[in-house]
Unconditional design. Structure first.
Length: 222
């Protein structure tokens, strides 16, 4: 009798598992992703910069959390207009961008995020990195993936490598020379800072402030 009861209980559990809707299947929670932007042109017109993606069919999401998942179609605001102001060394502050969007997937299932660009760096002559925060998660319906972590922020990077220059010999030259332009290929990545990293940062800053107060007190005592 007990064996029969156990058998029916196991059968009931199996039937329930089989009948559970597919929507309950666990999605991959995205913490990092990266992909291709295809070819681009960056041009300087009277000090205003315009970044145009000239091969949108090559925009693809390729990795999630370090694992290859793609290609999954991607789409970015095109063109992106901005002004770059030197802020020391090979860094620039970026203004005039506004809110940009990027989407992963197709119309029937999209993850769409809003972001902006606030800074840039040109550590090498043919290299430009545009960085800014993810400002919101507008939709989260890409099958198999959960971008909800980005609803609370994250960091977005656009990485450009130039090959053909006009009226300049480097991307830094394009940023500062009206009439200059460069063509090349680009990639993107985004990341949500891990809570552990943020906690360690907070502990580090707290320790730094405590140490500074200790030094000031020590100086006053001497």
């Amino acid at each position: 009798m007990k064996r029969r009861s156990i058998f029916f209980a196991m059968a009931a559990l199996a039937a329930f598992a089989l009948s559970a809707p597919a929507a309950h299947a666990a999605s991959i929670v995205v913490g990092t992703d990266s992909g291709s932007l295809g070819a681009f042109t960056l041009s300087n017109t009277a000090g205003k910069l315009s970044l145009s993606f000239i091969s949108p069919t090559q925009e693809d999401l390729l990795t999630v959390n370090g694992a290859v998942v793609g290609p999954i179609p991607a789409s970015f605001t095109n063109p992106i207009s901005f002004t770059a102001t030197p802020s020391g060394g090979d860094t620039y502050s970026i203004s005039g961008v506004g809110t940009l969007t990027k989407s992963f997937g197709v119309a029937s299932g999209l993850a769409t995020l809003a972001f902006t660009v606030t800074s840039a760096a040109t550590p090498f002559s043919s290299f430009l990195n545009l960085t800014g925060p993810v400002t919101s998660l507008n939709s989260n319906s890409l099958p198999g993936f959960d971008f909800s972590n980005f609803a609370n922020g994250g960091v977005n990077d656009l990485t450009l490598t130039g090959f053909a220059f006009t009226n300049a010999s480097s991307i830094a030259g394009v940023l500062t020379t009206p009439g200059a332009s460069v063509t090349g290929t680009g990639s993107f990545s985004q990341v949500v800072p891990e809570p552990t990293s943020m906690a360690l940062l907070g502990i580090g800053l707290s320790g730094l402030f405590t140490f500074r107060r200790f030094l000031r007190r020590g100086f006053r005592l001497t």
